[in-house]
Design a protein around this ligand. Structure first.
Ligand code: NAD
Ligand code: SAH
Length: 479
């Protein structure tokens, strides 16, 4: 592996990155436990792992865990604003992975980095993939589609055939490859790739959709739905990193403000709890009566956006859906209302509509904080240009909770690699890790918090009908 191949912004920040990595390792007992158990056996020896996941300090500990288990690693970020440059520098300097990531990539740079992360010199591609949101998986699948079409018709993909700025870049990258004569790059890569482990709700939706249509070319593990990911990262991670992002970006006092949380799933629950704890008056919007009722039981009002659009002070989207706050909503908001997204991508908030609003002025207050001023002089403050504000304006979730998520990632990578020839996983299907592993991940985190776990007696185990050594819940239990 050639460390000089890495493309990062501030290589001189490697010492700072390493010092923070040293601290993070102490806060990540899940990953360190996995290093201890699987490191000496080098269970990932020979595996080439590509990853598209926020290049933060926490991800750096995941990368170095995969490296310590024997893998060779190439990495990029899954978001143009989320890289912590000192984390990228520490990894590139230690040569524990080849990294293509910096904070503030253009869309063109982002998709070029994704392409480079997937392209392994001298072979067809990675053995296993880590993805977050599904962008790397998307590029491979679109590449295969375009190569099939090219083989049949000789036609290249046309970036101008779409208005979507991201998809334009996807088509550009694939077109340039074909023009350079790489007519089977993505097909060979998809054939070679054992599988993908997907980090987040949105990426899992995409995988399930592809699987249902029979279009998924890979084996896939849904890491998001491990309880120790979904019910910790999505809830408690956001409970920490939402206020962190708002405060670092604006320094606004949250207490007393009317805060509108759009969506009350796992992320929304963490966000609403954080704003309540700060003393905000919290209003929730929901489409699902169950989640709406849950919000009411926690003491939140449930309203439509239209009812609170002109009285809210802070608006946060958490839905994993699109078109949640539109330009016409933003035009009605109070002067200097804060608008941010902690769900996915940049389409929960209608950024395209806002930027194209007649007479709008975009004033950068500082990187990732913009005031959009309407022609009448009033304005709103938009965080991270509508992309994840916790990773754009702050540093994402803290290490301890990411240790839970990434312990699941590491276990998924190990299982995909070690079962590459056993037939345990089938192409085109999406799996979740067994409950035993979920409980194991949780157990790895208890000693650090001084927990004393009660032991289940044989009689009690029989009485509640679970094995004495776990799993302690039946499959349908919801936590
Ligand atoms: P979820 O499915 O549990 O929650 C989403 C909620 O939004 C659901 O309850 C749904 O009913 C609601 N919703 C959908 N459309 C709506 C609409 N038009 N108006 C109001 N509510 C609506 O998903 P989740 O696990 O909470 O994840 C949400 C998003 O956050 C996903 O995109 C996920 O990938 C992302 N995520 C981000 C972070 C982060 O660090 N920023 C962390 C975890 C997950
Ligand atoms: N790539 C898409 C999808 C959302 S990413 C996008 O950027 O819009 C959401 C994921 O970020 C969560 O599932 C969470 O696991 C991850 N995340 C949050 N904080 C993080 C951190 N500090 N380091 C790495 N990943 C983090």
């Amino acid at each position: 592996m050639d460390s000089k191949e890495s493309e990062i912004k501030f290589p001189d920040q490697h010492e700072w990155g390493r010092k923070e990595l040293d601290i993070a390792e102490v806060e990540m007992p899940g990953l360190m436990g996995i290093r201890k158990e699987y490191g000496p056996k080098k269970v990932l020896k020979g595996a080439k792992i590509s990853g598209s996941l926020h290049m933060t300090i926490q991800t750096a500990v995941l990368i170095e865990t995969l490296h310590e288990l024997g893998a060779e690693v190439r990495w990029c970020s899954c978001n143009i604003y989320s890289t912590q440059d000192h984390a990228a520098a520490a990894i590139a300097h230690a040569n524990t992975a080849t990294v293509f990531a910096w904070k503030g990539e253009t869309l063109e740079e982002y998709w070029d980095c994704t392409n480079k992360m997937l392209t392994w010199p001298g072979c067809d591609g990675p053995d296993v993939l880590v993805d977050d949101g599904g962008d790397a998986t998307l590029l491979i699948h679109e590449g295969v589609k375009a190569e099939r079409h090219f083989a049949k018709t000789g036609e290249l993909p046309d970036p101008n055939s779409t208005e979507n700025l991201e998809f334009k870049q996807v088509l550009r990258v694939i077109k340039e490859g074909l023009q350079a004569g790489h007519t089977e790059k993505w097909t060979k890569m998809a054939n070679h790739l054992i599988g993908v482990s997907e980090e987040t709700t949105t990426g899992v939706h995409r995988l399930n959709q592809m699987s249902a249509k029979g279009e998924l070319l890979l084996r896939a593990i849904n890491v998001n739905d491990s309880v120790t990911k979904q019910k910790f990262d999505n809830i408690y991670g956001c409970r920490h990193s939402l206020p962190d992002g708002i405060m670092r970006a604006t320094d606004v006092m949250i207490a007393g403000k009317k805060c509108v949380i759009l969506g009350y799933g796992d992320v929304g629950k963490g966000c609403a709890a954080a704003m309540k704890a700060q003393g905000a008056r919290v209003v929730v919007t929901e489409i699902d009566p169950i989640c709406a009722l849950q919000a009411l039981m926690e003491g939140f009002e449930v309203k439509r956006l239209e009812s609170v659009v002109d009285t809210g002070d802070i608006f946060i989207t958490t839905t994993g859906n699109k078109g949640i706050i539109m330009a016409h909503h933003m035009a009605q908001m109070k002067n200097n209302a804060i608008v941010g997204n902690i769900g996915h991508f940049d389409n929960e908030i209608d950024m395209a509509g806002l930027e194209g609003y007649p007479g709008i002025k975009d004033i950068e207050i500082k990187p990732q904080v913009n005031r959009y001023e309407f022609p009448d002089g009033h304005g709103i403050i938009v965080l991270a240009k509508g992309r994840l504000l916790n990773l754009g304006c702050a540093t994402g979730h803290p290490s301890f909770v990411m240790s839970c998520s990434f312990a699941n990632q590491a276990l998924a990578q190990i299982d995909l690699w070690t079962n590459r020839e056993t037939g345990k996983y089938e192409k085109g299907k999406v799996y979740i890790l067994p409950k035993e592993l979920d409980e194991k991940v949780a157990a790895l985190h208890l000693p650090a918090l001084g927990a004393e776990l009660t032991e289940l007696s044989k009689e009690q185990a029989d009485y509640i009908d679970v094995p004495q050594s776990g799993p302690y819940k039946h499959q349908a239990y919801r936590y």
